[in-house]
Design a protein around this ligand. Structure first.
Ligand code: ZN
Length: 271
């Protein structure tokens, strides 16, 4: 399994950090987790093209996590996917996909059909996840979800298990008390960290997010082997390019495992 951070930023138009997205390569499949600003460009930089993404897992429907979805779908269609894209996400994902693909792009779709294009693989297959637990399993992997508390909208965290590896990828938000058990012994915990506790306390949306000491406590209790932080909003708002490294140090203060500060293109080989 291989994890590549595609976008370590968040809402703002940071030229050095794309919007939330990451790639997990598992067997011969390419899975994306979230599809924010510039995700598809960063995907190509990682050597993978839109038509070769098999599954997209959306954590929640805040725009910074999903704004590149139409691009992923349309370029995959134009370059001819083998099969429709599978999109997993919280309740509301079907509504989002239904409204963001066909209606606004109907002129484009009709013009391409008029020139002989087949639209059979255009529409993604959407699977909504309304309860926690395992929702996808083969002999090679199992995928489970749980929820976080994030600004009042349904928000998922995902766990991918292979016979000998475990990766957890969060969206945004505050996990519940069962989350360390969900992450137990994870080889990688990829978790949002939007700012220091002091910074988040000054923001009207700060309570929607987890703090570095809380991440350290979860990772320690879970005995996670490696933590990567992402969704580094604080950098955009304060202009302080060092603060994300201090946040990494704050996690190290309470956690003995490896801590990585996310950056676009950062690759982690997981067994
Ligand atoms: Zn969010």
């Amino acid at each position: 399994m291989r994890y590549i951070m595609l976008g370590s930023g968040a809402v703002r138009d940071n030229p050095n950090r794309g919007g939330p997205s990451q790639l997990l390569q598992i067997g011969d499949e390419n899975w994306m987790f979230d599809c924010g600003r510039s995700a598809c460009t960063n995907l190509a930089r990682a050597g993978v093209h839109c038509e070769n993404v098999d599954r997209l897992f959306l954590t929640h429907l805040h725009f910074d996590h999903i704004v590149d979805v139409p691009y992923l779908v349309f370029v995959g269609w134009v370059k001819v996917r083998a099969n429709p894209l599978q999109i997993y996400g919280p309740i509301g994902t079907k509504h989002f996909v239904t409204h963001v693909i066909r209606p606004p792009f109907e002129q484009d779709i009709q013009s391409r059909i008029g020139h002989g294009k087949d639209d059979s693989v255009l529409d993604p297959e959407v699977i909504e996840i309304g309860e926690k637990g395992e929702f996808l399993a083969t002999d090679d992997f199992q995928v489970s979800a749980t929820f976080t508390d994030h600004g009042g909208i349904p928000t998922l965290a995902y766990r991918v298990d292979t016979p000998d590896r475990r990766v957890v990828i969060t969206g945004d938000g505050n996990p519940d008390g069962e989350f360390p058990a969900f992450c137990r012994d994870a080889d990688l915990l990829s978790i949002e960290c939007s700012g220091t506790a002091e910074f988040l306390a000054t923001q009207p949306w700060g309570a929607w997010h987890i703090t570095p000491p809380e991440i350290a406590a979860i990772a320690t209790e879970a005995r996670a082997k490696c933590v990567m932080i992402k969704h580094l909003v604080i950098e955009d708002i304060t202009g302080d390019l060092e603060v994300v490294h201090r946040m990494g140090d704050q996690i190290r203060n309470g956690y003995d495992g490896k801590v990585l500060v996310g950056e676009d293109g950062l690759l982690v080989e997981i067994g």
